[in-house]
Design a protein around this ligand. Structure first.
Ligand code: SF4
Length: 196
C-alpha cells in the first residue's frame, strides 16, 4: 500500500526517538526529596488545586528505583548530601533533577559551614527553580521546562548523560546550567565522599 493511499485514513509518521521522548516526557515520576520548608509547596503541587497529574507526574514514589526525576526541595546540609547523592545513584537511567528553591540551588540565606551552597556541587541539575519558597506554579513551570528538555533529547544522548552522571563531578560538565556561588572545601569533599 502506497503512502498516498493512506491519506484520509488517519496516520502520522515519526521517528522512534521522538516516540520514546514523547512517552518519557509525559510520564516523569518524581522522587520527592523534601528536606525542609520548600517541601510544603511541593506537596501542594500534588493537590487538586494545582494538579500535577495533568503532566503525568502525579505518581510520586518513595523508592528511587521507580522514579526518574528527583525534586530536591529544601536546605541540604553536608550531612544530608550523602543521603541525597546515594538516592540519586539508586535511581535508574534516564533520570533528571529539579532543584527547588533558593536553598537547594545556592544555599539560600544559609551562608553557613554546614550547608551545601548549591546541590549541583554533588549531583547534576537540569532545572533550577527560584524562590523562597517557590509557589507550586513555579514548580509546575520547571516541570514543563524539563518536559521540553526531555522531548529534545535523542535516545543516544542518554548514553553520554550516563557517563556524565557516573563522573561524579557535575561542576565540570559544560552542558549543565549551574549557579555561580559555592565551592566545596577539601574537608567537605572528603565528608561527602567526592573524589575530585
Ligand atoms: S528556599 Fe526558603 S522556603 Fe525553601 S527551604 Fe530555603 S528557607 Fe525554606
Amino acid at each position: 500500500m502506497g503512502i498516498d493511499n493512506l491519506q484520509g485514513e488517519g496516520f502520522l509518521t515519526t521517528t522512534l526517538d521522538q516516540v520514546i521522548a514523547w512517552a518519557r516526557k509525559n510520564s516523569l515520576w518524581p522522587m520527592p526529596m523534601g528536606i525542609s520548608c520548600c517541601a510544603i509547596e511541593m506537596m501542594a503541587t500534588a493537590s487538586p488545586r494545582f494538579d500535577i497529574s495533568r503532566f503525568g507526574s502525579e505518581v510520586m514514589r518513595f523508592t528511587p528505583r521507580q522514579c526518574d526525576v528527583m525534586i530536591v526541595a529544601g536546605t541540604v546540609t553536608y550531612k544530608m548530601s550523602t543521603v541525597v547523592r546515594k538516592i540519586y545513584d539508586q535511581m535508574p537511567e534516564p533520570k533528571w533533577v529539579i532543584s527547588m528553591g533558593a536553598c537547594a540551588s545556592s544555599g539560600g540565606m544559609f551562608r553557613s559551614y554546614s550547608v551545601v551552597q548549591g546541590i549541583d556541587q554533588f549531583i547534576p541539575v537540569d532545572v533550577f527553580v527560584a524562590g523562597c519558597p517557590p509557589r507550586p506554579e513555579a514548580l509546575l513551570n520547571a516541570l514543563m521546562e524539563l518536559q521540553k528538555k526531555v522531548q529534545r533529547e535523542q535516545t543516544g544522548d542518554r548514553v553520554h548523560a550516563m557517563k556524565r552522571s557516573s563522573s561524579r563531578n557535575p561542576r565540570h560538565d559544560p552542558g549543565r546550567a549551574r549557579p555561580s556561588q559555592g565551592t566545596l572545601s577539601g574537608c567537605h569533599r572528603r565528608y561527602i565522599g567526592v573524589p575530585w
